[in-house]
Write a protein that binds this ligand. Structure first.
Ligand SMILES: Cc1ncc(COP(=O)(O)O)c(C=O)c1O
Length: 398
């Protein structure tokens, strides 16, 4: 008789146990509403303080109407990859709109920001090349670097001195070099010194790629992001971004020269072998970018709420990380108190999740607060009261 078959996936149970022992097990929280400041979970009302929809545009009436019209005209799905049957006039219109917004010659869409980073980085550099990456870059950048098989040189967070010494040390190497950085860092909310990084890339002959995911709609006079804020729009050759955050829709993009866009269209696998974005998302993005450009008062309001929240948290002795964006992380420390902190906030009617490893380094767990232009002052003040209560109840905050 054959011995009983062992389930080849038995190891998963042990792996899950190890995650649970470290307080790192993740579960889903289901929202029953859209990304508005007031949400419902399990029929109970909460103030949402953890959305990347910084301008509230995913529920904006004009944006929703644009999506509705596109839905009527084009339907729900795109039916194919861009190079087969999945290209429409709306795809081209959004690409032109992004190129204008980012002040580049051209732009190209991906189905997500993740796919834009992974595919673009792994095609711009390969074996024998070097990529220089900030240690806190987003996972999609890290994965793109790994997939490329280029040598990865990680420099300490925001450390342009170290970046320069790495670039200088490789001065004699005849290979492609790529510097890649988030402009606003997703977990810390701080901003890369883009002017210096641009100058260093130019000085040492490296291409520069920036990820504008959290800067779009928040930084710059027109809200186009950090390249605008730092006045380097015409100097950064590869500008990546996502439409899933302040733009309130879905999709990623790369903006740059016509040649770069032609290269991506012909070489990048996550573009070529992927079904294109559906029309309602495209139309929503076009409408949202129009609002971002034409209604700076929404951004001004967002900044005033960021300031109000930061000042309140600092005043109660909690540790706010030195961010300069709509991401205001309150440092807690270990995973267990971070979970308790988030639970107290939730009991007091505020929903904002605790961020734990691997999203952040061990011992650096935080409540990653994100503000939206659509919050009211009353909601911010109510949230601050909840933070005060959590501070008093959770004793082992860093
Ligand atoms: C900095 C950064 N880059 C890229 C992405 C990926 O974008 P998307 O969610 O559109 O895939 C994200 C968000 O998840 C991000 O925070």
């Amino acid at each position: 008789m054959n011995p009983p078959m062992k389930n080849p996936l038995d190891w998963i149970e042990n792996d899950l146990e190890r995650i649970k022992e470290k307080d790192l097990f993740r579960i889903l929280t289901e929202l029953e509403t859209g990304q508005s400041p007031d949400i419902t979970i399990d029929g109970k009302n909460y103030i949402l303080l953890g959305s990347n929809g910084y301008l509230g545009l995913s529920v904006d009436p004009a944006v929703k109407e644009a999506a509705r019209e596109a839905l009527e005209k084009y339907g729900t799905g795109s039916g194919g990859s861009r190079l087969v049957s999945g290209s429409t006039d709306l795809h081209r219109e959004l690409e032109d709109c992004i190129a204008r917004f980012k002040k580049t010659e051209a732009a190209i869409l991906f189905s997500s920001g993740y796919l834009a980073n992974v595919g673009t980085i792994s095609s711009l550099v390969g074996e024998g090349d070097v990529v220089y990456s900030d240690e806190l870059n987003h996972a999609s950048i890290i994965d793109g670097c790994r997939l490329s098989r280029a040598e990865i040189k990680i420099y300490p967070h925001l450390d342009t001195g170290r970046l320069e010494s790495l670039l200088c040390g490789d001065g004699g190497r005849k290979c492609r070099k790529l510097v890649v950085t988030d402009t606003v860092f997703s977990m810390d909310g701080d901003v890369a010194p883009l002017k210096e990084i641009t100058e260093l890339s130019e000085k040492y002959g490296a291409a520069l790629m920036v990820d504008e995911a959290h800067a779009t709609g928040v930084l710059g006079r027109r809200g186009s992001g950090a390249t605008e804020h730092f006045g380097v729009e015409e100097r950064v050759p590869v500008v990546m971004g996502t439409l899933s955050k302040a733009v309130g829709s879905l999709g990623g993009y790369v903006a740059g020269s016509h040649k770069l866009v032609d290269f991506i269209r012909n070489r990048v696998r996550s573009y070529i072998f992927d079904t294109s974005l559906p029309a309602p998302s495209l139309a929503a993005s076009i409408a949202a970018i129009r609002i971002i450009e034409n209604e700076p008062e929404r951004r001004e309001r967002l900044w005033s709420l960021i300031h109000r929240f930061r000042t309140g948290i600092e005043g109660m002795g909690l540790k706010v990380m030195p961010s300069d964006s709509a991401i205001v992380p309150v440092l807690v420390g270990e995973a267990a108190p971070a979970l308790r902190f988030a639970a107290v906030l939730r009991e007091r009617g505020v929903y904002t999740p605790a961020v734990r490893p691997p999203s952040v380094p061990p011992g650096m767990c935080r409540i990653r607060v994100t503000l939206m232009a659509t919050h009211t002052e009353g909601q911010i003040d109510a949230a601050l009261d909840a933070f005060k209560a959590a501070r008093d109840i959770v004793s082992d905050v860093k």
